[in-house]
Design a protein around this ligand. Sequence first.
Ligand code: MEV
Length: 420
Amino acid sequence: MGNRPFYKLPYGARRDRLAAQSHLTVAQLGTLAAHRQATDEDLIENYLTTYGLPEGVAVNLRVDGQTIAVPMVTEEPSVIAAASNGGRLLTSDVGITTQVSQRELMGQIVFSHVADQEKLTAWLTHESPRLLKVADAAHPSLLTHGGGARSIRVRCLPPDWVSLDLFIDVGEAMGANLVNTLTEAVAADIKAHCDVDILMSILSNYATHSLATASCVVPVDQLRTKTMPGATVAQRLVAASEYAQVDPYRAVTHNKGIMNGIDAVVLAMGNDWRAVESGVHAYASRSGQYRGLSRWWLTDGDLHGELTVPLALGFVGGATKVFPLVAINQQVAHLTSARQLMGVTAAVGLAQNVAALRALVTDGIQRGHMALQRKSLALSVGTTPAELPAVMAQLQTIKQPTTAQAQAALATVRQANLKK
Ligand code: MEV
């Protein structure tokens, strides 16, 4: 076994080799074993164990006239509380409205060392109708599901690159494999017809043809806090949104808050959050400067908010099939299509953003976060659910509790319990 590549070893031998190399204790091995899931073993290479993340639901969200609970997977204690709070703040008759006008994925074929960009562009443009047919023929079942290759765009990039962009309607699917199959088929056809240097053919995660917009209009009074009138909160919130347009240092954090919500929904719905992350941040830079993704403004005493993000999310296929929780999560959120999923995900991003900005421009973020952070600190030192209230009561008296103080609080609680 000693010389066999790691990935060829059976599970037990792999774990034993790792245990020896990393000096894992029996207790640590027990933890790995306890989280092992037979269903995950063939999903990835070198499977070791299953790393679980907590799932909860955001409530109070009214999206397109329907009140829904949205499953979210996240390890950050305040995220679901903020999404629910944001949902409450943005409640109106219809609540948050969403719009998804188009849902196409893009594959790109990159040509390098192109001697005459204009000539190649003209040829590709002329051949487009045929190339679309070649793409469709590579996956005929896509047509039976109402999808297919829709259009071709050609871009010339300095000094001598050309990209053929193939736009594909992938139906309800996540579609990455579909797009790669169609794009490679088109590339092979082009190679067979002309002498070109094709560097690569691959899906682009910059999903500019799958934009989802969430918007809302709420009376400013809805934003009031115990100490600040709604009109003042709204003005300060608008200022925060304007500042995120001019300072990339703030824009990144502003957008991180939005992605707290979006990523958590994307994960719960079995989609590729890395694809979403990279596309969203590229979109935030589309003007040449990285900016906040959402805009907030005031008109006639109402606060308006809008968030547009590229979200090429799928409803079927890929990991949505692999994880049984995804089907349940789709049902919990009353979702029946990819477009709905895209809209609801953007709505959660907008709700997440309003909650963060309102907290930031009023009491500051720490006040709301501290209770949740105390709880996760207590849990991180081994507090059981039964011990939690007593440990929390002790930590409540400390302004910024440390791990050592949480350990001490737990020890005190356990001592007291022994004496009972
Ligand atoms: C923390 O995870 C997210 C915030 O920093 C977002 C923001 O600053 O807008 C609170």
